[in-house]
Ligand binder design. Sequence first.
Ligand SMILES: [Zn+2]
Length: 116
Amino acid sequence: MALLDIVDPDRDRSKFTLAQQRQAIKVEQAWRKRGLPEGFVDDGDVHIRREPGSGVVYISNKAQQMAMLNEGRIELYWQCPGCRNEGFKNTLIHTLGCSYETKPFGLSGSLVPPPV
Ligand SMILES: [Zn+2]
C-alpha cells in the first residue's frame, strides 16, 4: 500500500481564496525579482502559505521563519521576545517601541534583555 502523500493544506493553492491567489502571485513576483530577504534561510522547504484565519499570504521555511510582502518587497516578519508582538522590524522598533533585540519569527534563541 502506497503512503498517502499529504499536502500541507495551507500551501494548497486550490484552497486559496481569489484574493489570496492574487496576493500569492504578487509574492512570487517579488520573490523572483529580488529573492528572499537577508536572514531568511533557504532550507529546501521554502513555500508560499496562507494563514486560514487571517488570510495572510506569506513565505515560510522548515524553521518556520516568515517573510511577507511589504511595499513591494519580501521582508522578514519578526517577533519581539519581550512583548511577543509580531510585525516588520521597522514597525516593532519604531512604532511599538520594542527595545528587546528582535529576532526573525520562527528562530528560537535566548532572550536578549533590553539595553540598560
Ligand atoms: Zn516588544
